[in-house]
Design a protein around this ligand. Sequence first.
Ligand code: COS
Length: 426
Amino acid sequence: MSRLALSSAELPVFFEERHAALAARLTPEALAPLARLAEAHDTAAVARSMGEPLGLYAHLVPEALGGAPSGSGLPADATAIDVRSLVLIREALGQVAPLADAIFAVQGLGSYPIVLAGSDAQRRAILPDVLSGRRIGAFALTEPEAGSDVASLRTEACREGDGWVLDGEKVLISNVPLAHHLVVFARTGAPPRDSGGTAGERGGGRAAITAFLVDSGAKGVASEPLPMSIPHPIGRLRFEGCRVPDSARLGEVGGGFKLAMQTLDAFRISVGAAANGMAARALREAIAHVTRRRQFGAPLSEQQMVRAYLAEMATELDAARLLVARAAHKRDTAAAGAAARVSTEAAMAKMFATEAAQRIIDRAVQLHGGMGVIEGTEVERLYREIRPLRIYEGTTEIQKLIIAKGILERAAAEPPADGPARDGAR
Ligand code: COS
């Protein structure tokens, strides 16, 4: 592979000079050692090396808190991270090492709530080691009975003396087998009643959720890995009488739901970028295959139906890149900084890019014929690797709800346009 397909080169209008400099470092040669570690499924070494020597985690933390220099163009907000840098990194990792991409993303989910809501002491204690890769984080939100419906989570944090006691279960938590710290979302108020209606309408709801920073080795925390269809560190967590001081609280009591949503808003955009990276790799593999393989006396690429597939794949990939770049650019340049709402654009980018990548990779498998389903071929691996992206950080169906809510709210807020005068109204 001579160079990776990165949006900063394809869509320069959305990017700045610092992004071109980052893209120049994201070469196949520079990422080859990481790709080899991922190939060997050495998750601990993959996780560590993205800190040092690669320096990728530096882009998960704002410059003001010790992260990568963000240059000009970002709002003067100490908590804003450069989402377009995350987009480039995840596009690159999606092409060379999807396992590394997933670990990188969760390192972000497990540290961005500390950037957004952590005290100075929490930030000082955690973020330098996050940057170097000596410390890996996880984002403990999902529960056996609370996936898409975050507001119905049941893990409890009860006030005891000057601290809190956590009890409950979390499941499908990525990075659990590697994690040193956990960002845990727990209920600090009334539990939701099973009385129907939306989660917010049921008692307690989202206003009773608070985030905590918990050491994965703390007394009262047990973890267990879960096997997945792809090599990916994921697991289950159980909290039993886990005592933490009040200083372990992340942000306000009751501020956990918004903190989770703000974190997801930034990272959902980058899920779309990872999908674009995987789709770009599949398209490249498909082109290489159809120009090499001969059937009926000519390369497959001479067949009109094969050409139609390639045309659809390339067009869908470019549309997905545009949506991801639009959302990341809007978020990075919003005057409100990290507090800016880009939920609608982020959801569009995540939904479209992950669904398009699934279709693109499926067509790449089809173009490979039987070889496309032989274990170990690149497109077969991508076919398994892409699937979770349509589910994690909010399913496609949840993204549709967010998009519809966003456009309806915008329509309601807009003053009615002056339409053509109707009969009788003159
Ligand atoms: N930034 C700041 N505030 C936000 C926000 C954001 N990005 N998103 C939502 N909020 C706020 C809203 O403004 C609203 O505040 P008020 O109560 O003060 O009005 C509150 O949070 C509730 O938002 P909303 O009304 O949109 O919530 P709903 O209950 O309608 O919908 C969904 C919530 C379903 C969208 C949410 O639960 C969700 O994203 N679920 C998927 C969870 C997920 O991604 N799980 C994967 C875990 S990580 S792998």
